[in-house]
Design a binder for this molecule. Structure first.
Ligand code: EPZ
Length: 433
């Protein structure tokens, strides 16, 4: 395990020196999904018994969520990739703003807290670099379930009136298929009185993983992964042991693009192929042959040609792989049109790629990328978690050694990235400048 920066100050100084032009070969191992593990951890608030998760990635976001849950009174034990969470007695306190602000998934804990205790106070998560990221849908749904919700001074206070302190099953229709709102409301509804439905629900695999965990804990959830989820409320939930977090489809997609950008034949595993259908199709369209053998994917890049992408909710092309794919298109033959439709400000990596010689023109939320023969190394910064990964990929293919900063973003979402890349022939060194 690399000595990942323990403080944001340290990580501000840390850099990755990425040597370009090396061929990679071998197998890239995929860790458990960050965006599932974080939410599954908050589901432990719903039971007084121990919830044990396995295949949990080693990420600073997991450390952050651990701290937040401990501040709420949850007992957390971590042994390698297993994490045991016991919420037998909750303190009812408010998680600290600075922790919630840096870790959006912690806001989703308002759902299970309300479902379990009948009250909750959680700081409003700030917007971030990629967009405003409001939580309107989360709050609308909690009100539909019978909660009184107030937002003032940056704190969301929710409570269930009446002596029973139980939410009431309701029909909820989301204005947009928000992943976090679907997960928050799913966790609120499992202990409500009666039946709830969530229409226009997010279809993401992480929502399905959460529903599967909740059902393992005794909930009655049907339809997760589709547009209509039905939840029959139950009195209480029990714990569970050894619930495996699904593999991280975004890390897997990033690795497939690392193979493609270095024109290297690689194996990426484990992957659940149906979690990456849109990405696999686009990699095939741009000239990579992809063989799927169970949960192992072999990618053999050919001449990489430009293809267009538009980011969409699952099962469309994921916004979290837009930046890594743009890095790949920078050295593809031809011109690709990349449209970001999920976030209003998730194209800041364009300026960083241009510093490396990429030929990109921005038109609103669309980037027109004209492939060049080769990028050239430069000091660059990862402006968000996935943009940082994109800069590492660009560095793998550029002439020279690229210095990537912004590692506090990278370490949030990629488990031991440099070790995994160096194990297949890359030369990526972390140093403090
Ligand atoms: C989850 O964020 C992921 N994070 C994000 O991954 C991912 O990009 C996103 O889903 C979309 O797939 C986690 O799961 C922890 P949303 P979430 O609510 O739940 C708008 C990464 O890099 N919206 O589906 O916050 C919102 O502004 C991160 O791993 C509203 O307009 O995403 C955004 O434009 C980044 N109103 C879009 O929907 C609302 O009430 C998607 O947001 C809620 C959301």
């Amino acid at each position: 395990m690399v000595a990942v920066a323990q403080t944001s100050q340290e990580s501000l100084k840390q850099r990755l020196n990425v040597s370009g032009g090396r061929d990679l070969s071998g197998t890239l191992k995929v860790s458990g999904a960050k965006n599932s593990a974080l939410v599954l951890m908050t589901a432990s608030l719903l039971s007084a018994e121990t919830v044990e998760l396995s295949n949990v990635p080693a990420l600073t976001d997991i450390d952050g969520m651990t701290a937040i849950l401990e501040s709420l009174g949850v007992h957390v034990d971590r042994i390698s990739d297993r994490i045991r969470l016991t919420a037998s007695t909750l303190s009812g306190s408010t998680p600290p703003y600075e922790l919630v602000n840096s870790l959006r998934a912690s806001f989703f804990s308002i759902g299970p807290l309300l479902g379990r205790l009948g009250h909750a106070r959680v700081p409003l998560p700030g917007g971030c670099r990629i967009g405003a990221r409001p939580v309107v849908e989360h709050i609308r749904g909690l009100k539909a379930l019978g909660a009184v919700v107030n937002v003032e001074h940056g704190i969301v206070t929710a409570s269930v009136p009446g002596s029973r302190k139980r939410l009431t099953g309701a029909q909820i229709v989301l204005d947009c298929p928000s992943v976090g709102a679907t997960e928050t409301l799913l966790m609120a509804a499992v202990l409500a009185d009666g039946v709830s439905t969530i229409e226009n629900a997010a279809h993401e695999p992480e929502v399905q993983d959460l529903a599967n965990l909740l059902n393992t804990m005794g909930a009655r959830v049907r339809g997760a992964g589709g547009p209509l989820i039905t939840i029959e409320g139950v009195e209480q939930l029990h714990g569970c042991s050894n619930y495996p977090v699904i593999p991280d489809r975004i890390e897997a997609g990033t690795f497939l693009m690392a193979a493609a950008i270095t024109r290297s034949t690689m194996v990426v595993e484990p992957v659940i192929p149906e979690h990456l259908s849109a990405v696999i199709q686009k990699l095939r369209d741009c000239g990579c042959s992809i063989d799927i053998n169970g949960r192992a994917i072999t990618i053999t890049p050919g001449v990489v040609t430009a293809v267009d992408i538009t980011t969409q909710p699952f099962p469309g092309f994921p916004t979290d792989l837009q930046a890594p794919f743009m890095a790949l298109m920078c050295t593809a033959k031809g011109t690709s049109v990349i449209s970001e439709k999920i976030y209003e400000n998730r194209l800041q990596h364009v300026a960083e790629l241009q510093r490396m010689g990429a030929s990109i023109r921005l038109e609103g939320s669309t980037a027109i990328v004209e492939g060049v023969a080769q990028l050239s190394a430069a000091p660059v910064t990862g402006t968000d978690l996935r943009a940082a990964a994109a800069m590492v990929l660009a560095g793998l293919s550029a002439k020279g050694t690229t210095q990537v900063s912004g590692l506090k973003h990278l370490d949030r979402g990629y488990d031991d990235l440099e070790h995994k890349l160096n194990a297949v022939g890359a030369e990526v060194k972390r140093n403090i400048s």
